[in-house]
Write a protein that binds this ligand. Structure first.
Ligand code: HEC
Ligand code: HEC
Length: 201
């Protein structure tokens, strides 16, 4: 094969990639690129991956850009999100964020441990003044629904929530300034309780 044919094939490949993604066809990108992990429409049945459905678009935009510029750098971000986000344009990111925001959020509602649930609820609604923990509700919303660049936590996977609350005591999510301070006042058992309460919302 000569170079000209290779070049033509290369160009054809590029065209088919960009038209398959269709800068504004976020539903197609969801099916082709994201749903294998995050589930169709951003609701996944795997504890490994976060749900995206119903997350505020500005939060999703900020996170996708943080993966793309490699500033969100915990192990799973590196392993799963750095590669794919490097292939997204700003337009792709805006379209995907609007798409996931418009998908209905999951409400799992599974309470397997009442004491844990109640402890998490108290911390979420009232914080812990003694330890300098503000009520989570103040930023994340009364129903943990999130807004703007503050994420929805309600219905999120328990294992994912616990992992992130631990990531905030490292520098792997440098944009999360408020959370870095807040987790200093949380014990391991607070984290367990909060995650259990939140996944059930
Ligand atoms: C191979 C699996 C995989 C694929 C494919 C994938 N993701 Fe992810 N995604 C993950 C994992 C794992 C995380 C959690 C990363 C962490 O723990 O920091 C994540 C995190 C995210 C987050 C942050 C969520 C939050 O609550 O902070 C967003 C946004 C996201 N992915 C969007 C996408 C989009 C959009 C696509 C398709 C273009 C995509 N992902 C494709 C595995 C994947
Ligand atoms: C002052 C406002 C504020 C308060 C109070 C607050 N948060 Fe946050 N939280 C944020 C912001 C902003 C982010 C997004 C950080 C980023 O951009 O990386 C966040 C992110 C998170 C995440 C990551 C979610 C994801 O999808 O990756 C979790 C989990 C979380 N907060 C839990 C809590 C809990 C539990 C409390 C109460 C103990 C709390 N937050 C209190 C502002 C707040």
């Amino acid at each position: 094969m000569n170079y000209r044919i290779l070049l033509l094939l290369g160009i054809a490949g590029l065209i088919s990639v960009s038209s398959a993604w269709g800068a504004t066809d976020a539903g197609k990108m969801d099916r082709q690129l994201c749903s294998v992990c995050h589930g169709p429409g951003g609701t996944t049945s795997s504890e490994l991956f976060p749900h995206l459905a119903g997350e505020p678009a500005p939060y999703l935009v900020a996170q996708l850009k943080a993966f793309r510029d490699k500033s969100r750098a915990d192990q799973n971000a590196k392993r799963f999100m750095w590669g794919i986000s490097s292939r997204l344009s700003d337009e792709d990111i805006d379209a995907l964020a609007a798409f996931y925001q418009s998908q209905p959020a999951v409400h799992q509602g599974k309470i397997s441990d009442n004491a844990k649930y109640e402890a998490g609820k108290t911390l979420f609604n009232s914080g812990n003044a003694e330890k300098g923990v503000p009520p989570c509700m103040a930023c994340h919303g009364e129903k943990a629904e999130g807004r703007d660049t503050v994420p929805r936590l309600g219905g999120q996977n328990e294992a994912y929530l616990k992992r992130q609350l631990k990531v905030f005591s490292t520098n792997d999510r440098p944009a999360a300034l408020a959370m870095h301070e807040i987790v200093k006042g949380l014990t391991e058992s607070d984290i367990e309780s909060l995650a259990h309460f939140l996944q059930a919302q």
